[in-house]
Design a protein around this ligand. Structure first.
Ligand SMILES: Cc1cc2nc3c(=O)[nH]c(=O)nc-3n(C[C@H](O)[C@H](O)[C@H](O)COP(=O)(O)O)c2cc1C
Length: 184
């Protein structure tokens, strides 16, 4: 663990705010969102942390037709596909804290998020998942995240029902503070 990451973790543990620090951690918020709910949470995290946003987009877009998208996602999950994604975070090594957001798709993370996660080395970073769902809750969304990061520095995730994201801001603020010590 980098010295800076260790220091930030210790400060979060003792409840200190990053505003009290001379140097704020560099934050990235990467997210995948098909219908906008997860994007809304990503924007709320951005407002709280002042971090940089990165949207995970597949090279071949998913159909805007719900049933078709559901079918494609099902096939990708069954085949454990890694759909190609657009662009890359150029300066990933600069970030201390990386939020990764996605909708619950078939009880787990969309395969494109795995493509993203497998494209970088997060070993010196604090990772925080956030997820929106359509009534099924987290199911395997956070368990699979932890499995794929294989890291001990992944923190408790933030979960929201997709229909309630417009009311999530205070909960997002509380979660960000509890997990990282970052305050607006
Ligand atoms: C392909 C697909 C699969 C989904 N599977 C689930 C599921 O297994 N459980 C659940 O609670 N919601 C499921 N949903 C609903 C989404 O998780 C929910 O609407 C989410 O908030 C959408 O986020 P987004 O607007 O960022 O795409 C699914 C939606 C889609 C499009």
């Amino acid at each position: 663990m980098k010295l800076k990451t260790l220091l930030l973790t210790m400060m979060a543990m003792i409840g200190m705010s990053y505003s009290a620090m001379a140097q704020k951690p560099k934050v990235l918020i990467a997210y995948f969102s098909w219908s906008g709910n997860t994007k809304e949470i990503a924007n709320q995290i951005q407002e709280v942390t002042g971090g940089d946003l990165f949207e995970i987009k597949t090279v071949t877009p998913y159909s805007s037709n719900y049933n078709q998208c559901v079918e494609t996602a099902k096939q990708e999950k069954e085949k454990n596909t890694r759909p190609a994604i657009q662009g890359k975070v150029a300066n990933m090594s600069d970030y201390d804290v990386v939020f990764i957001g996605y909708p619950n798709w078939w009880g787990t993370m969309p395969m494109a998020v795995l493509t993203f996660m497998e494209s970088y080395d997060f070993s010196d970073k604090t990772l925080l998942p956030f997820c929106t769902h359509g009534g099924g809750g987290a199911q395997q969304c956070f368990k699979d995240f932890a499995k794929h990061t294989k890291k001990h520095n992944s923190k408790e995730g933030f979960l929201a029902n997709g229909s309630a994201v417009n009311r999530s801001k205070p909960h997002v603020e509380k979660w960000v503070k509890e997990q990282t010590g970052i305050t607006k």
